[in-house]
Design a protein around this ligand. Sequence first.
Ligand code: C2E
Ligand code: CA
Ligand code: CA
Ligand code: CA
Length: 276
Amino acid sequence: AKADGRNGYRFYTAQIQAHSDRMLLLDNALRRALERKQLELHYQPQIALMSGQVVGAEALLRWTHPELGAISPVEFIPIAENNGLILPIGEWVMRTATRQLSTWIARGMAPITMAVNLSALQFRNPNLPQLVTRILEDAALPPQLLEIELTEGVAMTHPLEAVAVMNELHQRGVRMAIDDFGTGYSSLSYLKKFQVYKLKIDQSFVRDITEDPDDKAIVGAVISMASSLGLQTIAEGVETEGQLEFLRARGCNEAQGFYFSRPLPTQAFEDFVRKQ
Ligand code: C2E
Ligand code: CA
Ligand code: CA
Ligand code: CA
């Protein structure tokens, strides 16, 4: 038993060692990822449930390292948030996504909205509204076409600053969506204080929506509350016809998920919109 314990311990520390080795490796590699053009954006279509049309895109980061291969944002975003790289990377995301939308529209695509994810660190920058405005001007894009996705946590960690930044962005015409809605620990009262445009119902509630009575109740309640408050709703992680039908019947405005399409590279997204 003693020997087992020792082995177990050794195995455990070896795992921790391997984990922190990889973190260190990724941390270092990420510092050069932008300049080496290893980062790319994919775009996932957002569909209006009444018309069935593509009305938006969500920009999602992809990192392909020459030796390590594709690294998930779930793994590298927290590293970038930790070492501060999320600031230049986040700015690059917003520039690239808005420029891309502008190019699509110039090539005849009907205007859609572009949703961009923002981390807490980016949101804590008091100059964020000015930066966003400059980026929109550089892309020659009306502010209404940009949607900023924030999680409840981002808004709630510094609520006073968040209110100020969100008011300023709202005044400049930029729309805000609460991402992963329902997974945070925040009070609903912030929906009154914050200039929110859209609630993005988290995929954990959507997954079992056709079987689980609790999920049915939660999603139904979120949609009707949002509608009473004059907020838009989008469901994420929609994978089946059944989920889609439930959401449509409850009056959810939009949906996004593998049922329609995975996040797509630029050209594939353009083709997807053209073929609809
Ligand atoms: P998120 O913002 O909640 O994005 C939704 C995630 O769900 C994406 O994963 C997307 O590919 C995935 N997804 C979409 N439809 C479905 C579906 O039908 N089923 C399932 N199972 N999954 C679906 P992805 O691209 O791996 O991104 C993961 C997370 O990384 C994002 O979650 C977001 O928090 C973060 N992230 C990605 N890009 C950025 C970025 O540019 N900036 C920041 N700050 N975070 C980002
Ligand atoms: Ca998102
Ligand atoms: Ca989400
Ligand atoms: Ca998420």
